[in-house]
Design a protein around this ligand. Structure first.
Ligand SMILES: Cc1ncc(COP(=O)(O)O)c(C=O)c1O
Length: 397
């Protein structure tokens, strides 16, 4: 018997990391020593005090084993708003302006479901983190892509959005520091322009700030909510995945405009019971105890970034130096450009065992690039660059 999946699920292409995983499996099967720079999956462990809080809670507080409150426990919501006050100097009401998520990816997809009716438009950059596009698609919305690239400093040109599309749009997704391009917003004037635009066309701005704590040199990321009037139109997604190496724990949150948050809270009360209480208490430890662990994580990525960038430049691959995120957005060398990013990444892993993510997985405007995630031990980069050098030197056969 064959059961037919819904046409919507059928229409979804295979998830980009599924493709990479298949390529990795083939490489392992051929006994290749894989150096995995593909998925943005932190390889470092969660800081011990956070793990201890989880273990202690699970062991000694069995009342936490019951269903949690869908919107998140008050203690964690308070920790979230205190974090925002300390880090960004933003005042938020823990009761109405913070919502706990089972990872921010979940919240992004469900926020789309909370707002979009069939035929509604939503604006998102291209390239973008996949759920910004797929969340719209799964909610029967229409994606309007805002191309970003080196020519516009990876910031969308709001004036290029056709007037009729702007009028029909309900949501705009932004994400800085950006995945996959590692672009950052250095001048708050951009966010001010976004607020003006959103007010004019009555659009909800969803800023995804998953990488706000992974930054380097003299740069420190902003919150969209720091702009006057941003809370009138906006919310900000945040994740513990990268900041505290907690990707597998599935813990994130949404803050900002209470009225924008409410429908998502309602939807979640029908779909899930929120994050496991013991995880939320571990999240309290993460957000409220010493932030030295975050500085250490950042420092580790910085060492990796500096080492690998130096190697790549030495072998003639002129990749830009990221100011934030654990990604290098690498333009495919000219001699290989005609292959497209999927074929380039496939050949790279098949011939060298080095896995990177093809830019096409983030939208067609990403196709001239591959994303390199700095998620392996620093000692592996020497070997990785020698293998890449051999691959590039050999050219197309
Ligand atoms: C921009 C962006 N937003 C959200 C997420 C998902 O975060 P979470 O683990 O909280 O679902 C990621 C993960 O890679 C990301 O890159």
């Amino acid at each position: 018997m064959q059961f037919k999946q819904s046409s919507k699920i059928e229409a979804l292409p295979k998830y980009i990391f599924g493709i990479i995983n298949d390529l990795k499996k083939d490489a392992y099967a051929k006994k290749l020593d894989v150096i995995d720079l593909g998925m943005g999956n932190p390889d470092m462990p969660t800081p011990p005090h956070i793990v201890e809080r989880l273990c202690d809670t699970v062991l000694h507080h069995p009342n936490t084993h019951r269903y949690p409150q869908a919107k998140g426990m008050p203690k964690f919501r308070k920790a979230i708003t205190d974090f925002y006050k300390n880090r960004f100097d933003i005042n938020l009401d823990p009761n109405s302006e913070a919502l706990v998520l089972i990872g921010s990816k979940e919240g992004i997809a469900h926020l789309c479901m909370s707002y979009l009716n069939p035929g509604d438009y939503a604006l998102t950059t291209n390239p973008a983190y996949p759920v910004h596009l797929n969340g719209i698609f799964l909610s029967n919305g229409i994606v309007h892509s805002m191309p970003i690239g080196p020519d516009n400093n990876y910031l969308p040109d709001l004036q290029a959005i056709p007037e009729d599309v702007a009028r029909k749009s309900k949501i705009m997704f932004l994400n800085y520091p950006n995945n996959p391009t590692a672009a950052v917003v250095e001048d708050i004037a951009f966010f001010k322009e976004v607020v003006r635009f959103a007010k004019k066309y009555e659009i909800i701005v969803c800023h995804d700030n998953a990488y706000s704590e992974i930054y380097y040199d003299n740069y420190c990321p902003l919150s969209f909510l720091q702009v006057d009037g941003a809370k009138d139109v906006g919310v900000e997604f945040h994740s513990l995945s990268k900041t505290y190496n907690m990707a597998g724990w599935r813990l994130g949150f949404l803050v900002g405009n209470a009225d924008i948050i409410k429908p998502l809270e309602k939807l979640k009360s029908y779909l899930d019971y929120g994050a496991f209480t013991a995880l939320q208490l571990a999240g309290v430890s993460a957000l409220t105890e010493s932030q030295q662990c975050v500085a250490d994580i950042r420092h580790n990525y910085q060492l990796r970034r500096d080492k690998f960038i130096t190697y790549l430049h030495k072998i003639g691959w002129d990749v830009p130096v990221p100011k934030a995120t654990m990604y290098i957005w690498a333009p495919i060398p000219k001699a290989f450009l005609h292959l497209g990013s999927l074929e380039f990444a496939s050949r790279l892993i098949k011939e060298t065992g080095v896995a990177v993510t093809p830019g096409i997985g983030f939208g067609e405007h990403g196709d001239g690039f591959v994303r390199i995630a700095l998620v392996t031990h620093i000692n592996r980069f020497y070997d990785a660059h020698l293998r890449i050098k051999k691959f590039l030197d050999k050219g197309i056969s």
